[in-house]
Write a protein that binds this ligand. Structure first.
Ligand code: ADP
Ligand code: GN1
Ligand code: MG
Length: 365
């Protein structure tokens, strides 16, 4: 904390620094809420130490974040909205940079704290899901005229499930920490569904579905919701904004938001796929995107949810086999526990695929 007290002096925060407390439930960055006092009023900021093993190219990452937040802020202001609440606002350093590199080579960035909001860690109710769907849909639609060629690729092949499979196989073969024997059911689960892996990525490559600017990390806790009205306020965590498929964003949000349990629930009997939440989310998402989906995208929304859940489970399993180097973990088999919830959800969704497809068609304009 002493270090934070020093480095905050390099940012354009207003007032007197009071304290910094660890904040939020992200798996990647170290997030702190900073409190400042200014003329009797308090003001908060978010300070994040970016995860350098996940994001070695901080320069490209922050280039993307700055471009996208500036672009969105301008749009929000043009339609009379409050850009300091409806998108992230970067606080630059006193030298005018988008982020700060400290003497240990760690990179830090800061945002205005969006007050009176909350975020959900698991299924939150139909209204919240519908609204979150609208927020993510609107977010993608709002970036339709953003020049994608300006964005650098922050993490190569982020949602290339073929590549994720290859990384899983490599981790399994290396079995670096001797854990493969403890995950044989999960390993078999991944292998049985290998044919899922190329489906979306080859549709993108062949032009069957469009390449869009997408968020790529649409967990429900990456939408801040107004604490009183429960309406979605702001889509956050813009680290993985890159060209991609809308199916990734739809699917990842369903994976997290339509589960009846938290991502790391140990009691699998509590883990189910809530189709009424799926319906609510789909309704909001399709309204938010404003009818801009192609028929092939609509036909693959439900599969996108299955694929993203499978991919996420495979990533947790790969990290477990690799010795927990990527996701933050709180105990030794945390990644295996997370992997199991994802695979349970995959099975639950597979059993309801026809209903899921019918719901997607029902809400297309
Ligand atoms: P990670 O990549 O580790 O998930 P996030 O950028 O999602 O990091 O931030 C972690 C958490 O911090 C979020 O889930 C949210 O609760 C909170 N948070 C992030 N940015 C803000 C902000 N500008 N205002 C309020 N809360 C925020
Ligand atoms: C990570 O950053 P966070 O916690 O919102 C991960 C996502 C995973 C998610 C699983 C950059 O998201 O891809 O789906 O954990 N982010 C990155 O909970 O890898
Ligand atoms: Mg996050």
């Amino acid at each position: 904390m002493e270090k934070i007290g020093q480095l905050v002096k390099s940012f354009c925060f207003e007032g007197t620094f009071i304290d910094a407390v660890p904040y939020g439930n992200g798996h990647i960055n170290d997030t702190y809420a900073l409190t400042y006092e200014n003329g009797g009023a308090t003001r908060r900021y978010i300070l994040q130490k970016m995860n350098k093993s996940v994001f070695p190219d901080t320069k490209t990452l922050m280039h993307n974040v700055a471009l996208v937040t500036d672009f969105l802020a301008k749009k929000i202001r043009e339609r009379g909205g409050d850009s300091e609440r409806e998108t992230l606002t970067l606080i630059r350093t006193k030298k005018g940079d988008d982020y700060l590199v400290d003497e240990d080579g760690e990179s830090w960035r800061a945002f205005l704290f969006i007050e009176n909001t909350l975020s959900y860690q698991s299924a939150a109710g139909a209204e919240v899901l519908e609204d979150a769907g609208r927020a993510f849909g609107t977010f993608i639609a709002g970036l339709a005229d953003f020049d994608a060629s300006q964005l650098g690729e922050v993490i190569r092949n982020f949602h290339d499930t073929r590549d994720r499979y290859a990384k899983f196989v490599a981790a399994l073969e290396a079995d670096k920490v001797g854990r493969a024997a403890t995950a044989s059911d999960e390993i078999a689960f991944v292998k049985r569904r290998k044919d899922y892996c190329p489906r979306i990525v080859t549709m993108l490559e062949s032009g069957q579905i469009p390449l869009r600017v997408t968020h790529n990390d649409t967990k429900l806790n990456n939408v801040l919701v107004d604490a009183e009205t429960k309406k979605a306020v702001c889509v956050i965590d813009l680290d993985t904004i890159m060209p991609g498929s809308l199916l990734y964003d739809f699917g990842d949000a369903v994976r997290f938001g339509c589960s009846t349990a938290e991502e790391d629930e140990k009691d699998l009997s509590k883990v189910d796929f809530d189709i009424s939440m799926y319906e609510a989310f789909t309704k909001g998402f399709l309204a938010g995107t404003g009818g801009s989906l192609t028929d092939t995208e609509v036909d693959n929304l439900a599969f996108g949810a299955i694929l993203m859940t499978y991919e996420c489970g495979m990533r947790f399993l790969t990290d477990y086999l690799d010795g927990d180097n990527y996701f933050k973990t709180a105990y030794s088999d945390h990644n295996l526990v997370r992997c199991r919830t994802q695979f349970r959800l995959v099975e639950k969704m597979e059993a309801r695929l026809d209903e899921m497809n019918a719901i997607a068609r029902k809400y297309v304009k």
